[in-house]
Write a protein that binds this ligand. Structure first.
Ligand code: AP5
Length: 217
């Protein structure tokens, strides 16, 4: 018995739908949240290694644009050097492309994004288009003086222009309080926020974060 082109097409479509559902059922997305210097980058590296998530950091994406000296990167650098946020449409566009570029991802760890309520709403729409959502926001809590201390220390070696000057570091923290802290309220209305003590050893904090993820996977 031979298979017609029509039957082959139906069979192919069913396979695609099957894999689409597998993707929906297994995609696990989290936001690692917190002020500048709270340890998002440090913990992201360990979490993606343990849970096999794709790391999406808007700070890293922007610094990559700066290194390539693109028009977007050069415009962003002026704002970053003052400790100000880059416009929502720029970072949402970068995140949208990054999600599309990784169809194989079993989930994403968002680091430094979303940083405004508008970005949070845009992320929900992007994920909805993939029939996915945010499972949890893990929010690191660190005192302002500890943040400044960590970033000043990192500035001695990191080469990051936004780490070298205490005024800029404090401007980044102010920007966080004025525009970013409200993002936690956005996810709180869906009971998706878990606060994590962000002071202590890197391993202790990693253990607390891992436990929260393990409870949800
Ligand atoms: P971004 O790159 O996201 O930087 P940030 O949020 O300011 O965060 P950092 O990378 O400085 O800190 P972190 O929380 O990752 O901590 P880390 O692990 O590195 O953003 C940079 C800029 O880009 C923004 O200011 C903005 O202009 C722009 N931007 C980015 N995303 C944007 C968005 N969505 N919308 C608009 N604009 C955007 O740790 C810090 C230091 O502490 C390290 O030296 C580390 O070794 C140390 N450390 C970590 N954990 C511990 C610990 N437990 N104890 C002691 N030290 C520790």
């Amino acid at each position: 018995m031979s298979i017609s082109d029509n039957e082959l097409y139906i069979c192919f479509t069913e396979v695609i739908v099957y894999f689409h559902w597998i993707l929906i059922l297994t995609m696990f997305n989290i936001i690692l949240f917190g002020p500048p210097g709270s340890g998002k980058g440090t913990q992201s590296e360990k979490l993606i290694a343990k849970f096999g998530l794709k790391h999406l950091s808007t700070g890293d994406l922007l610094r990559s644009e700066i290194a390539k000296q693109t028009e977007l990167g050069l415009a962003a650098k002026k704002l970053m050097d003052r400790g100000e946020l880059v416009p929502d449409e720029v970072v949402v566009g970068m995140i949208s492309s990054s999600i599309d570029n990784h169809p194989e991802a079993k989930g994403f760890l968002f680091d430094g994004f979303p940083r405004t309520s508008a970005q949070a709403q845009a992320l929900d729409i992007l994920l909805e288009q993939k029939n996915a959502s945010i499972a949890v926001m893990l929010a690191l809590e660190v005192s302002e003086e500890e943040l400044v201390k960590r970033l000043m220390k990192r500035g001695e070696t990191s080469g990051r222009s936004d780490d070298t000057n205490e005024t800029v570091i404090r401007a980044r923290i102010t920007e966080y309080h004025n525009k970013t802290a409200a993002v936690a309220d956005y996810y709180q209305q869906f009971n998706k926020v878990v606060m994590i003590e962000g002071e202590g050893s890197v391993d202790e904090i990693f253990q607390m974060l891992s436990n929260e993820i393990d409870n949800r996977i």
